[in-house]
Ligand binder design. Structure first.
Ligand code: PEP
Length: 258
């Protein structure tokens, strides 16, 4: 973390978990244990149907609400899809784009990710752009090239004043939901390389202002070491974000005064 230049952001990704009543219950559990003074921003990304209830339940806790996806077209005959404007109008602040599960199961590509990033920015949302390599790609030694390509594609034609609104989440696919975390060195190496890629695209000032998260089995035990890396500015958390006490432990690890 380096709060002198950029925000630390701890974001939960609930995926397809929790009903509307579970959402309310989670907010009630969070209330007494959430730290009052927050040096980091806390976000909970929930399924579309839970967004209105989450906005209401988390408002007084100063927890921002995010979506887990959007569709890039502004409106029209796209049955079942949700636009960026619809999310913005509700009061959503963040939206996860290009999560590996969406790339794997729902045909998302670097091209659709870029379109979604543009749609989110156009609507005034902050995209949390996920990038990450598979185990095979890591073992083949192509991680750095692949991540640089994913970052460049996601940000293609994004103007410098808009790129500052983006968050990049480095999520090695082999670490998501597996209990297998990247070591702090592996996470730091890739997050530093992501910042270097942004530096070549947008210059040093923009690069140092961008929040880069790590995601992949982050939990209360490993959070502190991961977040101690200067280029790891927060976490995107799946499993551990479903339990209020574990989520708060991670928030506390990020909530150190610098
Ligand atoms: C995720 O879904 O973005 C994630 C990192 O999940 P987990 O923390 O469960 O590995």
């Amino acid at each position: 973390m380096n709060r002198r230049y950029r925000k630390t952001i701890i974001a939960g990704n609930w995926k397809m978990n929790k009903t509307a009543s579970d959402t309310k219950k989670f907010a009630e559990e969070l209330k007494p244990i959430l730290p009052r003074a927050k040096w980091c921003e806390v976000v909970v990304c929930v399924p579309f149907v839970n967004i209105p209830i989450a906005l209401k339940a988390f408002k007084d806790l100063r927890v921002s609400v995010g979506a887990e996806n959007l569709y890039y077209e502004p409106s029209g005959a796209y049955t079942g899809e949700v636009s960026a404007d619809m999310l913005k109008d509700l009061g959503v602040k963040y939206v996860i784009i290009g999560h590996s599960e969406r790339r794997q199961y729902f045909g998302e590509t670097d091209i659709t990710v870029n379109k979604k990033v543009h749609a989110a920015l156009e609507a005034g949302l902050h995209p949390i752009i996920c990038v990450g390599e598979s185990l095979e790609q890591r073992e083949m030694g192509v991680t750095m090239e692949l991540i640089a390509l994913q970052v460049k594609s996601a940000l293609a034609n994004v103007a410098p004043e808009k790129v500052r609104k983006c968050v990049i989440a480095y999520e090695p696919i082999w670490a998501i939901g597996t209990g297998r975390t990247a070591t702090a060195e592996q996470a730091a190496e890739v997050c530093t390389a992501i910042r270097a890629t942004i530096r070549t695209l947008y210059g040093a000032r923009v690069a140092r202002s961008i929040t880069i998260q790590y995601g992949g089995s982050m939990n209360p035990k490993n959070a502190e070491e991961l977040l101690a890396q200067p280029d790891v500015d927060g976490g995107l958390i799946g499993g551990a974000a479903l339990k209020a006490d574990q989520f708060v432990d991670i928030i506390n690890a990020a909530n150190q005064e610098q």
